[in-house]
Design a protein around this ligand. Structure first.
Ligand code: HEM
Length: 457
C-alpha cells in the first residue's frame, strides 16, 4: 500500500500536533516540552516539576519518567518494545506499517534498527557491531586526532570570529563516520544538509512543511545510498558498506534491500547528527564554567570524565520511548499492554538519587559515566564508544590549539527538541601559540607533507 506523504504526516505528526496544541493551551507541561521554545531552550527546571516520589508522571499519550532507576528498568525490561511511528495507537501503526513495508523512509520507523524488536533487531545490529567495538574505536583514535588537527589547521581565527559548529563540531563526526563506512568525505556538506532536515523527524508533532522537508532529506540520502550500493556491488572496497552489500547475511538470513538501506542510513545519520551536539554542548559548558576549563588545562587526564559529565549534564538526546508488549509492572506500578512510557533521559541524568548535587557541572565528578545519555538495554547506542572518543579528541584538540577561545554572544540552539545542541556558535580564537612559534599542540605532533587530506577532500 502506498500512502501519500501528507497522509503519513497526518497520521504520525498531524494528529499529535492537534493534541499538543490543545494541551499546551491548557498549560499541560508535557506538551510544552514539545511546543514551547522557552521550555526547549532550558528544559531542566521543568523536568524538576515532574520529579516526586511516584515512578511515573502522567503524560499526554502514556506515562513519563524522570527517574534514573525507573528509566533503566523500562529500557532493560523484556516486556517492552520500541515505540515506532511516533508512538501512534495500534490501528494507525498497522496502516503506517503496511504503507512503510518495502521502504526505508525514516530512522525511527521499521526496518530501522532503532524501531524494531528482536529477532529483527539482533539481525540488523549484528551486521554493524564489529565496526564500533571498543577495540575498533581505539584503532580510530589516531586518525580522528589527525582529522581534528587538519580541521583546526583550516580555521583562520586570527581575523574574524568563526562559527565553531559549521567549521568544526559538525565536520569531525561526519568525516569520521564517512571514513568508517566508506562513504565519500567529499559528500559531507550534502550529507549534513540532508541529515539536518532528517533530524527534525525525531520530534513528535512537527508541521507538515517540516515533515515534508525531512522526508526530502531522507529520500535524497536514500537515493544516494542506492546508487552507492550499486557501485559497491560492482566494485566492492574494504569498508563497512561494501561488506554490508556483499555479505549482508547473518546466520543464513540475508537482509532485504530495504533492511540494508535502513541500517546504512541509520548508522550514517546517527554517526554525524548526534556527536556534533556533544561537542557544541561541551564548548558552551566550558565557556560557562571557566574554572572547569582551567582544571582540564591543568589535568588533561580528566578529559574522558569531562566528556561523560557533558553527556550527563546536557544530554544530546533528551528522551526516548518504549511500549509495553503485555500487561506488566514497573517499580510497583502496573503498566498495561500497549501503554507508552516516555523516558526523559536528560532528566534521569539529573536524578539526585544517582548524582550528588546533580545541577552542578563538575568534570571531576565520580560516577559521571552512570548517565543514560546513550540509553540502556538492547538499543544502547551502537556508537557510544566512538562518540565519546570523538568528543574527547575534538574538544581537547580545540582547547589545546586555541586556549583563548571565547564565545561571542549567545550560541544558537537547534530548533529540535529531542536532539539538543547548537547550530551556530561564534567564537574568537586568538591563536597565541602560532604567534609564539611554539608547536600548536597538534595531537601526535605530526605535520608537513603527506598529511592526510580527507578533511579537505
Ligand atoms: C553523543 C553522541 C550520541 C548520543 C548522545 C547518542 C545517543 C543514542 C541513544 C540515546 C540511543 C538509543 C535510543 C533508544 O534507546 O531508543 C542511540 C542508539 C543508536 N545510536 Fe547513538 N548516540 C550518539 C552517537 C552515535 C554515533 C557516533 C553513532 C554511529 C554509529 C550512533 C549510532 C547509533 C545507532 C545505530 C543506534 C541504534 C542502536 C539500536 O537500536 O540497537 N550513535 N544513540
Amino acid at each position: 500500500m502506498k500512502l501519500p506523504d501528507t497522509a503519513r504526516w497526518a497520521l504520525t505528526h498531524g494528529l499529535i500536533r492537534l493534541v499538543l496544541r490543545r494541551e499546551t493551551r491548557k498549560g499541560n507541561l508535557n506538551s510544552r516540552f514539545l511546543t514551547d521554545r522557552e521550555v526547549q531552550l532550558n528544559p531542566y527546571p521543568h523536568y524538576e516539576t515532574l520529579r516526586d516520589d511516584r515512578p511515573f508522571a502522567p503524560g499526554l499519550a502514556g506515562k513519563v519518567t524522570v527517574h534514573h532507576a525507573v528509566g533503566t528498568e523500562v529500557l532493560r525490561a523484556e516486556g517492552f518494545g520500541t515505540a515506532s511511528f511516533g508512538g501512534a495507537p495500534r490501528p494507525i501503526r498497522r496502516v503506517l506499517a503496511a504503507a512503510a513495508s518495502g521502504r526505508a523512509r525514516s530512522v525511527i520507523e521499521p526496518p530501522s534498527m532503532l524501531a524494531v524488536d528482536p529477532p529483527d533487531h539482533s539481525r540488523y545490529r549484528k551486521l554493524v557491531t564489529r565496526a564500533f567495538t571498543a577495540k575498533a574505536v581505539k584503532a580510530l583514535r589516531e586518525r580522528t586526532e589527525e582529522v581534528a588537527a587538519e580541521l583546526l589547521d583550516g580555521i583562520d581565527g586570527s581575523r574574524e570570529p568563526v562559527d565553531l559548529v559549521s567549521g568544526y563540531a559538525a565536520q569531525l563526526p561526519v568525516i569520521v563516520i564517512c571514513e568508517i563506512l566508506g562513504a565519500p568525505t567529499s559528500m559531507r556538506e550534502q550529507f549534513l544538509t540532508w541529515g539536518d532536515a532528517a533530524a527534525t523527524s525525531l520530534d513528535p508533532g512537527m508541521s507538515r512543511q517540516r515533515f515534508l522537508q525531512a522526508q526530502q532529506g531522507i529520500d535524497a540520502l536514500l537515493d544516494w545510498m542506492r546508487g552507492h550500493f550499486d557501485a559497491l556491488r560492482r566494485n566492492p572496497g574494504n569498508d563497512i558498506l561494501s561488506e554490508l552489500v556483499t555479505t549482508a547475511d547473518t546466520d543464513g538470513q540475508r537482509l532485504t534491500e530495504t533492511e540494508l538501506l535502513a541500517t546504512a542510513l541509520l548508522v550514517l545519520a546517527a554517526g554525524f547528527e548526534t556527536t556534533v551536539n556533544l561537542i557544541g554542548n561541551g564548548i558552551a559548558l566550558l565557556q560557562e564554567h571557566p574554572e572547569q576549563r582551567a582544571l582540564l588545562a591543568e589535568q588533561p587526564a580528566l578529559w574522558p570524565n569531562a566528556v561523560d559529565e557533558m553527556l550527563r549534564f546536557d544530554s544530546p538526546v533528551q528522551r526516548t520511548a518504549r511500549r509495553a508488549l503485555h500487561d506488566t509492572e514497573i517499580s510497583g506500578v502496573p503498566v498495561r499492554r500497549e501503554e507508552l512510557v516516555i523516558i526523559l533521559l536528560g532528566a534521569a541524568n539529573r536524578d539526585p538519587k544517582v548524582f550528588d548535587d546533580p545541577n552542578r557541572f563538575d568534570v571531576t565528578r565520580r560516577g559521571a559515566g552512570k548517565h543514560l545519555a546513550f540509553s540502556s538495554g538492547i538499543h544502547y547506542c551502537l556508537g557510544a564508544a566512538l562518540a565519546k572518543m570523538e568528543g574527547e579528541v575534538a574538544l581537547r584538540a580545540l582547547y589545546q590549539r586555541f586556549p583563548d577561545l571565547t564565545l561571542v554572544g549567545e550560541p544558537h540552539r537547534r530548533p529540535t527538541s529531542n536532539l539538543r545542541g547548537f547550530d551556530r556558535m561564534t567564537a574568537t580564537l586568538t591563536p597565541t601559540s602560532r604567534e609564539s612559534g611554539v608547536s600548536r599542540g597538534r595531537p601526535g605532533g605530526r605535520s608537513g607533507p603527506g598529511w592526510p587530506s580527507a578533511a579537505r577532500s
